[in-house]
Design a protein around this ligand. Structure first.
Ligand SMILES: *Cc1c(COP(=O)(O)O)cnc(C)c1O
Length: 342
């Protein structure tokens, strides 16, 4: 059996989604004349209680546009040391915006308000970069799919207000947080100036992300997206997948979370596993005792049995469950993991 657990980005469109894509009404979205893209943007903006939204080819471009919107070259943003915008966007923060990152040493990708406040540079001390923006990630990727506490997010909003900082949410997996915690999209919309969301991860779309914010910010984001080369023409075929996912596939994430919890629980009992990060959503991060088995040896061994996961180095490994990970695959993975002894 072939089982791919390297990421939830490996998902393919379901038959219902493919049907919706085939039937999409389209136009030229660079002229803002694609009715399906316009409908998706309106739908997403309404969900989160924001004035407007803009469709993007990738979450990276949506985040980079958000950062560009809120900063000038030379400015600094504050984020956790695990943040995707810092670690996995190719240095785009400096390339696109000329901005540096002040890293906070948080817990599983999550910072506390006093840490954020301490990271703000004094505005009258002109030797240091001007702090302009705080970036949050929910759920945290490198932090193992952890979900933020809403009250901490509110306290950080207050820090932003006190210091005149913009507040951006990298919500690539916000859907997982919504399903796992029962929080509502409009709670995030009320807190953040801009929010990026991905449709192409657990929701199963082939391509697509959105940036949400005020009408004025999205007008400016349209210009930035053009500069970054992110204008697409008959993108309604992709937007139709997004509308379908929001209508039919969000609740399915609970199933991914259940499977991830079961994998985590099984790993907890293994003598060669030194640590399993708390499994809150669809990401399982665990560490092995390297004197028993190294992460590279373990991922090679599982690879021989058709199971792909990601080695993160230093004994850490990551598995991500998703909608194309079937019950039969899950049973097989549990059986193989249960049989491992080192
Ligand atoms: C996947 C991801 C993104 C965006 O990635 P793209 O591959 O560019 O769509 C942004 N932030 C986080 C936390 C992610 O996991």
């Amino acid at each position: 059996m072939e089982v791919n657990l390297i990421s939830d980005t490996v998902t393919c469109p379901s038959p219902g989604m493919l049907d919706a894509m085939m039937q999409a009404r389209v136009g030229d979205d660079v002229f803002k004349e694609d009715p399906t893209v316009n409908a998706l943007e309106e739908k997403a903006a309404q969900m989160f209680g924001k004035e407007a939204a803009l469709f993007f080819p990738s979450g990276t471009m949506a985040n980079q546009t958000g950062i560009k919107l809120h900063t000038q070259p030379g400015d600094q943003l504050i984020c956790d040391k695990y943040a995707h915008v810092y670690n996995y966007e190719g240095g785009g923060v400096s390339f696109n915006s000329g901005v540096s990152c002040k890293l906070v040493d948080g817990d599983r990708g999550m910072m506390e308000a006093p840490q954020v406040e301490a990271a703000v540079n004094p505005p009258d001390f002109y030797h240091s970069p001007r702090t302009r923006l705080v970036c949050i990630e929910n759920t945290t990727n490198k932090g193992g799919g952890a979900c933020w506490d809403m009250e901490e997010l509110e306290r950080i909003r207050e820090v932003c207000n006190r210091h005149g900082l913009a507040y951006h949410l990298d919500g690539a997996r916000i859907w997982n947080a919504l399903v796992a915690t029962g929080t509502k999209p409009e709670q995030y919309g009320a807190l953040f100036d801009t929010i990026s969301v991905c449709l192409s991860k657990g929701l199963g779309c082939p391509v697509g992300s959105l940036l949400l914010g005020s009408k004025a910010d999205m007008d400016q984001a349209l210009r930035i997206r053009k500069i970054l080369g992110g204008g697409m023409r008959q993108a309604g075929y992709l937007a139709a997948a997004g509308i379908y996912a929001l209508d039919h596939q969000v609740e399915d994430l609970a199933e991914d979370h259940r499977k991830a919890r079961e994998i985590g629980a099984l790993l907890e009992d293994k003598a060669f596993v030194s640590y399993v990060a708390p499994v809150e959503t669809n990401i399982v991060i665990f560490e092995v005792f390297q004197d028993r088995v190294t992460d590279t040896a373990l991922s090679a061994l599982l690879g021989e049995q058709g199971i792909r996961l990601i080695g993160m180095g230093q004994g850490k490994l990551r598995m991500v469950t998703h909608r194309d990970y079937t019950p039969a695959m899950h049973a097989y993975v549990l059986e193989v993991l249960d049989g491992l002894e080192f």
